[in-house]
Design a protein around this ligand. Structure first.
Ligand code: M6R
Length: 607
């Protein structure tokens, strides 16, 4: 959570910092602030709420200065008001922070005992006072930083500026990501390369424990033991254009419409178009030797893992344990010797998933990371990275990251199935062929978006909503309910359709919309029976099914939509799309803030 930016240049930087923050707003939007050095003085502007409020503040009271740091906050410690907004500062130091300082209470008590006056409720303010204390004891900013970092426990990415030194920005990372950008006579810091994309494509990702002294024409990186180290400069392929809305009203809608393209890109990176052979990175294990694998993620990424459980178990006959990372990390469950854990994450920075990786590594597991952000912490920790080529996903509600995660997982399951001798190469080729048809089927679905928009007008009236699915589409029902909750704020729950009778059916009445996913598969007739059971109790059934399925449902449900008649293997990829559109248009009808829903942030880098 939280985005941080720093700029050191030979021109005023407040507007550059502000633009960087706007590109990080997906990480948090409870408050925002900027501090610059103007002469020897630290000056700050901060505002509660979105970055537009800070922008308005800066129009009224511009900030001079050629060096500055900025922050957009997802509140952890202290209310999301202006007092708690970063940067936190003393006369000597200003600091922006992404993460949590776990020993801040002890540090605060110690610092208060030495006469420091705290103004906010945040953990971050302790860093500003600690640095100030060391500087007032006579240490240079650099030595004060080295000493202060050793006192901090927890996770952080920091950007620091010091009064009296207009040619020094310090960045530090432990647990939270931080990138240095190289310009021409100017340098930048950012929580990710997206923040810096319009300024530079030359990036260094700091490693765990690193801290860096950044001047206008040089960067010195230190590792956790303070030794000077070299870190490579990478060229990113991100451009400013990739992170615009391209004429769409919201990033989420743009990202839904991009899915056909990015699914194709991801598939092409994994299957040789000429031979049809899978081209996965070399795996440091043999699928045949495994008795079970573990699949871990959070939220939408976890649901991708649940779909994959069905694929691995049905096709490759390999047992899969799936879990949400926040439970898995503390369960301390036994893991098979020489086993494999697959982690799924858009950002590659989710704190719980990272902790799950550390646990699995301590149990001797090999890690495959399916991530969308290549320079991310998970990509660096994993033994093998299989990227999703979704491109930047800015909308907080995950869409194209999810469907591209499904593509990678499907290919891994097919590789596993062939290597374990559970399917022939011809059977694998048939599955790959059906995957190749998915982009055009998705295009056909998004063309029908107006129908879904009409339905959404009535769904927007609902207080609660139930989603039902079976087999491969049970996790898609879970994902559909999550999408609706997070952007429309309608209470939604998903159930495996067969579970309905065991309790949830008591919720059905004429006010309860029930969204049912019913692709052509071995379980269609069973789902059709569940539809009748719901209708018999007055529930308002909304059906997404294959064309014949829609026709066969009698009496007619409240609303139905025929989707392309795809092979059941790829149906989760297709059925995810109308779930996204339904949530999107319902949120539109309710007038919520779709790209930045309340209380959420794109990347959850704290527990
Ligand atoms: O970056 P990650 O994929 O690890 O994020 C995991 C979840 O926080 C994320 O999928 C979240 O559930 C989304 N907002 C759902 O749309």
């Amino acid at each position: 959570m939280c985005g941080i930016v720093g700029v050191i240049a030979n021109r005023p930087v407040a507007s550059l910092v502000l633009e960087g923050l706007k590109r990080l707003e997906y990480r948090g939007y409870d408050s925002a602030g900027i501090a610059t050095l103007s002469g020897a003085n630290i000056e700050r502007r901060r505002a509660q709420g979105k970055i537009s409020n800070l922008d308005a503040r800066l129009q009224q009271e511009p900030l001079p200065g050629n060096i500055g740091i900025g922050h957009t906050r997802w509140a952890t410690h202290g209310k999301p008001n202006e007092t708690n907004a970063h940067p936190h500062a003393t006369k000597r130091v200003a600091v922006v922070h992404n993460g949590i300082i776990e020993n801040y209470k002890e540090l605060r008590a110690e610092l208060e005992g030495k006469g420091c006056m705290f103004l906010s409720d945040t953990d971050t303010e302790t860093i500003a006072h600690l640095l100030t204390l060391y500087i007032e004891e006579g240490l240079s900013p650099r030595d004060a930083t080295a000493k202060a970092l050793k006192r901090l426990e927890g996770a952080f990415a920091l950007a620091l500026l010091f009064s009296g030194d207009e040619n020094l920005l310090i960045g530090a990372r432990r647990g939270s990501p931080l990138a240095i950008g190289y310009g021409d006579g100017e340098m930048y810091l950012g929580s990710d390369a997206l923040a810096l994309a319009p300024l530079t494509n030359r990036i260094t990702y700091l490693e765990e424990g690193d801290w860096a002294e950044i001047k206008r024409d040089s960067v010195t990186v230190h590792d956790a033991s303070d030794a000077v180290v070299k870190r490579p400069i990478q060229q990113t392929s991100l451009s400013g254009a990739m992170i615009g809305k391209a004429g769409y009203r919201h990033f989420m809608l743009k990202e839904i419409f991009e899915q056909a393209g990015v699914i194709g890109d991801t598939l092409n990176s994994l299957v040789d178009p000429a031979t049809g052979e899978l081209q996965l990175p070399e795996l440091p294990f043999n699928w045949k030797d495994l008795s079970r694998i573990t699949l871990i993620g959070c939220g939408t990424a976890h649901y991708a893992g649940v779909v994959a459980k069905y694929w691995f178990e049905q096709i490759a006959k390999l047992s899969v344990e799936t879990d949400i990372a926040s439970e898995f990390r503390y369960r301390e469950g036994p893991m098979p010797k020489g086993g494999v854990m697959i982690v799924v994450s858009q950002s590659g920075e989710t704190a719980d998933t990272l902790a799950a990786i550390h646990y699995a590594k301590s149990q001797g597991q090999k890690i495959i990371a399916i991530v969308n952000v290549l320079g991310s912490s998970m990509a660096r920790l994993a033994d093998v990275v299989v990227p999703t080529l979704a491109g930047p996903e800015i909308g907080v509600a995950s869409t194209k990251a999810f469907t591209t995660q499904l593509v990678v997982l499907a290919i891994l399951a097919l590789d596993c199935a062939v290597k374990r001798g559970m399917i022939t190469k011809d059977e694998m080729a048939t599955h790959v062929k059906t995957l190749r048809e998915v982009p055009s089927d998705i295009n056909a679905v998004v063309q029908q978006h107006e129908q879904i928009r009409e339905l959404s007008q009535s769904l927007a009236e609902a207080r609660d909503c139930i989603y039902l699915g079976r087999g491969l589409n049970y996790p898609i029902a879970l994902e559909g309910a999550l999408k609706l909750k997070e952007i429309s704020y309608i209470h939604a729950e998903a159930y495996a359709a067969g579970e309905l009778k065991h309790g949830p059916i008591a919720l059905i009445d004429e006010d309860m919309p029930v969204v049912v996913l019913a692709p052509r598969d071995a379980l269609f007739e069973k789902t059709a029976s569940n539809i009748q059971e719901v209708m018999a109790r007055g529930g308002k059934v909304i059906v997404f099914a294959h064309p014949e399925g829609v026709k066969s449902i009698n009496p007619k449900p409240f609303w139905s939509m025929a989707l392309p008649d795809v092979d059941s293997f790829v149906s989760p990829l297709l059925y995810a799309v109308p779930m996204q559109l339904l949530a999107y248009y319902t949120a539109m009808a309710k007038g919520t803030d779709i790209d930045q829903p309340r209380n959420l942030a794109k990347s959850v880098t704290v527990e």
